[in-house]
Design a protein around this ligand. Sequence first.
Ligand SMILES: [Zn+2]
Length: 129
Amino acid sequence: MHEYSLAHALLDGLTEHLRHHPVPGRVRAVHVRKGELLILSEEALAEAWRILSQGTAVDGSDLRIENVPVKVKCPQCGYEGPVKYMSEEGWHFAVPVLACPRCAGRADVIEGRDLAIVGLSVDEVPQDP
Ligand SMILES: [Zn+2]
């Protein structure tokens, strides 16, 4: 399952990071940014996280997912920024158009495809003397 391998990769990276940079307390939440081109179920990802994090340094933490809009860079005219969205009557969502909004050339996606950890919320635990 797609969400499981993503959760697994996130968890691997995070536990490795925490081994070198321990935090002073319990990790309550892990904040991630999800590109809007990355198709996944947030519920399935959170569920995978809950199961896979058991017994790790972030056991019991919640995954907080923030959606990141697509950003492109155009090799023809140098435009860099958000794209236009296409939406039709009856659609429940808008679809990003992966072309340069300035010159309509083919643009490269520079943001919006990835899943990345951007921060942690930590409950600080008073240290024993
Ligand atoms: Zn352009």
